[in-house]
Design a protein around this ligand. Structure first.
Ligand SMILES: Nc1nc2c(ncn2[C@@H]2O[C@H](COP(=O)(O)OP(=O)(O)OP(=O)(O)O)[C@@H](O)[C@H]2O)c(=O)[nH]1
Length: 301
């Protein structure tokens, strides 16, 4: 079986429908759809399977400048070994047409794409008449040499399968980037782990053990709408455990509270967060496994 895998950068103005489109393509609710603008912080947005292809969707760093340390860490984590996206999808809103924001993205697109294939996806086609669509398609293609134009409605699902199939077929041949059983909730697990790691960094500063990773071990969606999240903070030496626990466990308690608050805000629902500290002996093996997965958080400073 020939497999294909690669990164697809999804770019578009806030509210263009990126999250809705991702949810459709990924088939699991991994990114957060919201009416508010600029809620998106994660850089890996989802992983979709189409035939023998694995499509890893990412946000495009650089277009929207990272605002916080977390974003930069996520950029590094998300891009990992892959220097750049294989394909770029520019998403615009049919009923808004070529806005100032769209113009700005078009200006930057030359640099971002660097000869990569770029497709245009005109979203929210359920909101306009076909003559409007044709006019936008024509004008956009006059401004940039898109490889393809797709007319879609992420919300209604029109055209989404065609787009996903096209992307799948264009990705380079190669092994999948993520193990199959980790696909569905990888992004949220990663984001949650990174939030805890960020709190550790802020609290411990120089004391922070060099070899430290946070992993989300377990994620349970509860019937009452809340989530139970279990994470393990791995350190390399027993002596480091005490630093993280703090006097009478006060450090880990404070970290847990801050991380839980941030995760609750991010998800928009109640979260029960449980942290454990463990010593990981076979450190190298694990570090290797991490970098294979493109999740080397040590680079995410
Ligand atoms: N009518 C219509 N509305 C849509 C469609 N796709 C998305 N929307 C709506 O557009 C709004 C924004 O969608 P999101 O998916 O959150 O947009 P986003 O680009 O991810 O936004 P940020 O997270 O802010 O970057 C939501 O209210 C969606 O329901 C569509 O095809 N048709």
């Amino acid at each position: 079986m020939t497999t294909r895998a690669g990164f697809v950068a999804l770019i578009g103005e806030p509210n263009a429908g990126k999250s809705t489109l991702l949810n459709r393509m990924v088939g699991a609710k991994v990114s957060i759809v919201t009416h508010k603008v600029q809620t998106t912080r994660a850089r890996i947005r989802g992983v979709a399977l189409e035939g023998d292809s694995q499509i890893v969707f990412v946000d495009t760093p650089g277009l929207f400048k990272p605002r916080r340390r977390l974003d930069r860490a996520m950029v590094a984590a998300a891009w990992g070994g892959a220097a750049d996206a294989d394909l770029v999808v520019m998403l615009i809103e049919a009923h808004r047409g070529i806005t100032e924001g769209v113009e700005r993205i078009l200006e930057g697109l030359g640099d971002v794409s660097k000869g990569r294939r770029v497709v245009l996806a005109i979203n929210k086609i359920d909101r306009v008449q076909s003559d409007v669509l044709l006019a936008i398609t024509k004008e956009m293609n006059e401004r940039f040499p898109f490889d393809e134009t797709f007319m879609i409605s992420a919300e209604k699902g029109y055209g989404v399968t065609d787009l996903r199939k096209w992307l799948a077929g264009e990705l380079p041949e190669g092994p999948w980037l993520y193990p199959e059983d980790q696909i569905a909730d990888l992004p949220m697990r990663m984001i949650a782990a990174e939030m805890t790691r960020e709190k550790l960094t802020l609290r411990l500063h120089q004391e922070l053990p060099y070899q430290l990773t946070v992993e989300t071990e377990h994620w349970e969606e509860r019937k009452d709408g809340s989530a139970r999240v279990d994470q393990i903070i791995y350190v390399s030496r027993d002596g480091h455990k005490g630093i993280i626990l703090g006097n009478k466990g006060e450090t880990i308690k404070a970290i847990s509270k801050l991380a839980r608050e941030e995760l609750t805000e991010f998800l928009g629902r109640k979260v029960h967060l449980f942290l454990q500290v463990k010593v990981r002996e076979k450190w190298l093996d694990e570090a290797e496994r991490y970098s294979e997965m493109g999740l080397d958080f040590k680079d995410g400073k």
